[in-house]
Ligand binder design. Structure first.
Ligand SMILES: Cc1cc2nc3c(=O)[nH]c(=O)nc-3n(C[C@H](O)[C@H](O)[C@H](O)COP(=O)(O)OP(=O)(O)OC[C@H]3O[C@@H](n4cnc5c(N)ncnc54)[C@H](O)[C@@H]3O)c2cc1C
Ligand code: SF4
Length: 331
């Protein structure tokens, strides 16, 4: 078993205290939430903080609620909410089904009862050449993401393409969620789509000392959403592909698709919005939408060998999962 390295552990009780600590400790500190990803990464020498700031005791980060803002109902989920709470919350299942479904498919039951939404949103990217022990990485000569100068996935590549592997990310993007941040320079709100960037070394716009406090999602009548995931072992594994589909639907008896969004993740460093979704015309029957969205996703998504398993198989599964998701939403 790999031991944890030595570090100083801090347990602020308020958000203000946490922000102050993070500002003072600078890049010597990392945030710890549920620890289900950070602690294994520290054991493998992927993160080497001198200080760990646990935000688990901060009440302001907890809770799931539905609030009225102007004319809209908004689902608000605290960054400290556990994935298990999200998956079983009736509020989330009604207002943002894709988020509840994504949370329910993260890792295994232990990861979901410890792991938080904030930790999932800020999850480090993953790669078959990076999520390894120090000894293993050293024998390969390290890589761009840590300690090295080359990429083993894209030979000659100058940018890390490690995979965004957080299942809630595509769901939050498809649901047009807002991510609320606070840091030494105050609070700001970033749309989930703009929160991620195409750089596997650090794939978020989080600034030093900033943390995610909550997520808000506006409820729209006629909006349906769902999540599909490809993984080797259904009981525990990270995604080989994760797909969120959102459809805005009109009519009751013979419902039609008026607008769609499809977000595919675990391909590269940033979850990818399928462009074909923006071309679905209002009033499109479900079976036509399924074909258009599946075909568009297949044309646009080309998985990289950054995670285990055959890239061609992963690519063939893209339209299969998109069409399955649309069929489920029709039902
Ligand atoms: C065997 C195994 C299988 C897994 N399978 C999956 C999977 O299928 N899908 C998946 O998505 N994940 C998976 N995970 C990863 C992990 O369990 C989840 O992503 C979990 O949601 C992480 O949340 P956490 O609270 O434990 O985060 P932590 O491990 O505490 O933190 C993760 C990262 O987020 C940062 N962070 C945490 N909270 C905040 C915040 N509020 N603001 C800013 N930064 C923050 C931390 O500094 C750290 O960099 C798996 C992990 C393991 C070990
Ligand atoms: S994609 Fe390349 S640079 Fe990034 S972790 Fe993998 S091997 Fe390293």
């Amino acid at each position: 078993m790999l031991p944890l390295p030595v570090f100083d552990h801090h347990r602020p009780r308020t958000l203000a205290e946490a922000i102050d600590l993070l500002a003072r400790l600078g890049d010597k500190a990392v945030i710890l939430a549920g620890g289900t990803d950070l602690l294994p990464n520290m054991k493998q020498g992927l993160a080497e903080p001198e200080h760990v700031v646990s935000i688990a005791g901060i009440d302001e980060l907890r809770g799931i609620s539905l609030v009225r803002e102007g004319d809209a109902d908004k689902l608000v989920v605290g960054a400290g909410a556990k994935l298990a709470e999200i998956e079983s919350s009736i509020l989330v299942r009604r207002a943002a089904p894709a988020l509840a479904e994504a949370a329910s498919q993260v890792g295994g039951p232990h990861h979901r009862s410890m792991g938080t939404l904030g930790g999932n949103i800020c999850l480090d990217t993953r790669c078959r050449y990076y999520n390894q022990t120090y000894f293993w990485r050293k024998s390969l000569g390290f890589c761009l993401k840590k300690d090295g100068t080359v990429c083993h996935v894209v030979r000659g590549g100058s940018r890390c393409v490690a995979a965004a592997s957080n299942d809630t990310a595509p769901a939050l993007i498809a649901l047009e969620a807002d991510i609320h941040l606070v840091g030494p320079r105050g609070a700001r709100v970033v749309e989930a789509h703009d929160f991620y960037v195409a750089d596997g070394v650090k794939n978020t716009v989080l600034e030093p000392g900033e943390l995610v406090t909550r997520v808000s999602i506006t409820r729209h009548p006629g909006r349906r959403s769902t999540f599909e995931k490809l993984r080797r072992r259904g009981a525990i594994d990270f995604p080989l592909l994760s797909i969120a589909v959102r459809l805005d639907v009109s009519g009751v008896e013979t419902s039609r698709v008026d607008a769609a969004d499809v977000v595919v993740s675990a391909l590269g460093a940033r979850p990818r919005r399928v462009r074909a979704a923006a071309k679905v015309r209002p009033g499109t029957p479900f079976d036509v939408a399924a074909r258009e969205l599946g075909g568009g996703a297949y044309a646009e998504c080309k998985p990289l060998p950054n995670v285990d398993d055959d890239t061609e198989w992963r690519r063939e599964m893209v339209p299969a999962l998109v069409e399955r998701a649309v069929a489920r939403l029709e039902g």
